[in-house]
Design a protein. Structure first.
Length: 62
């Protein structure tokens, strides 16, 4: 379960990064309905926070 938590947290953090980048209208990620929307910046940053916390918690778990 430890590895699953680390993988899930990493995937969630990466997805959050994509969402946040689309929300700030970055040219790194493809354009979509999320482009330039402040709501996706907040959702992305929340996902990054939760993903990193899950990965760190899983890493330190016994």
């Amino acid at each position: 379960m430890r590895i699953a938590g680390i993988v899930a947290g990493t995937v969630l953090a990466l997805l959050g990064a994509v969402w946040a980048l689309q929300g700030v209208n970055s040219q790194i990620v493809p354009q979509s309905f999320m482009t330039g929307s402040r709501a996706w910046v907040v959702i992305g940053l929340g996902s990054i926070t939760v993903g990193v916390a899950l990965a760190v918690w899983s890493w330190h778990r016994r």
